[in-house]
Ligand binder design. Structure first.
Ligand code: SF4
Length: 301
């Protein structure tokens, strides 16, 4: 599948779309982004890889060879594009302006798609905010919805996809909100999405941000809705799926005014001193990229 029309999505946001195409039985997916968007992500990734090499990840030469290729791309950022005369089995146009309310996948099939107004009021006993479909911004947003609220009535599972996300969210104090509402915080990873590391109660109704709601995947006879982290947090707050009016009010009061701060991603190149954080290999002992490649690099020229 090829997706285009949203060139300025951040990589983390674009990944939600490409990741979800597995549910369309896609063997692969590309999304057309602007060179600036991709360069922002690559710069961050270069800093991450350099930090991994500094912390002793092996093989440093392999990691730094990749860094050199990425820096060469940054010096001349050209992206692959679909052929102008490519033929497609089908072209689907979606006008996002026509989407006026959240859309969810209702129990128990990712294709059982409904508008929020069609499912509002259904009681929800467990909420899962996690899986590879989520990114750090979702957890900040969920916490904002839950801030200064009493403990949730049902079970709320919080499971960021990576330990880096978890650590950053803890540093920012976001976990304090989750703990205050008595959420159950899980070790980062797949957790309930996989359904073999943790399970919901038998026969329960769940609202989940994960990828699939096939029968019995999350728990025996569980009824599972799939939707956004923001809507999931609202479900946890109310113990039921909110009405469109309730949800719109939450977004207007708690999310929109703080959007720039909530939906920030981990740009490692912008974290002061990150490349040296946790260094165990002295700088002078690091393999030099020029020596690995046997030639000057884009960065050293
Ligand atoms: S099981 Fe893990 S990798 Fe697979 S879809 Fe769920 S979170 Fe993603």
């Amino acid at each position: 599948m090829e997706i285009e029309g949203l060139p300025n999505l951040k990589l983390e946001q674009a990944f939600e779309l490409t990741d979800a195409t597995a549910e369309r039985s896609c063997a692969g997916c590309t999304i057309k982004l602007s060179p600036e968007t991709v360069a922002e992500y690559i710069r961050s990734n270069v800093a991450l890889l350099k930090n991994m090499a500094a912390r002793g990840y092996q093989d440093a030469r392999t990691i730094l060879r990749r860094v050199a290729k990425m820096e060469a791309w940054l010096a001349n950022p050209v992206l692959l594009e679909a052929d102008a005369d490519a033929e497609y089995a089908e072209i689907i146009e979606i006008d996002l302006n026509q989407i006026k309310e959240p859309i969810v996948a209702a129990p128990n099939d990712p294709d059982n798609v409904k508008l929020l107004s069609e499912v509002a009021g259904d009681l929800v006993q467990e909420v899962f905010i996690g899986s590879c479909m989520t990114n750090i911004g979702h957890y900040r947003a969920a916490a904002k919805v839950l801030e200064a609220q009493p403990a949730v009535s049902g079970r709320l599972w919080i499971c960021p996809p990576t330990r880096m996300d978890e650590s950053q969210l803890r540093q920012e104090g976001v976990y304090e909100t989750f703990e205050a509402v008595k959420a159950r915080t899980e070790m980062p990873g797949c957790s309930l999405c996989m359904g073999n590391q943790a399970r919901v109660e038998d026969g329960t109704t769940v609202f989940s941000t994960s990828t699939r709601n096939f029968n019995n995947r999350m728990g025996k006879d569980a009824r599972v809705y799939l939707g956004s982290a923001e809507l999931a947090a609202a479900c946890a707050l109310l113990g039921r799926i909110p009405t469109v009016e309730e949800y719109t009010a939450i977004v207007a009061d708690k999310l929109n005014p703080f959007a720039d701060d909530l939906y920030r991603y981990l740009n490692f190149d912008q974290i002061a001193g990150f490349e040296d954080e946790g260094r165990v290999i002295p700088l002078e002992e690091m393999p030099r990229i020029e020596d690995i490649l046997g030639m000057p690099t884009a960065a050293s020229r």
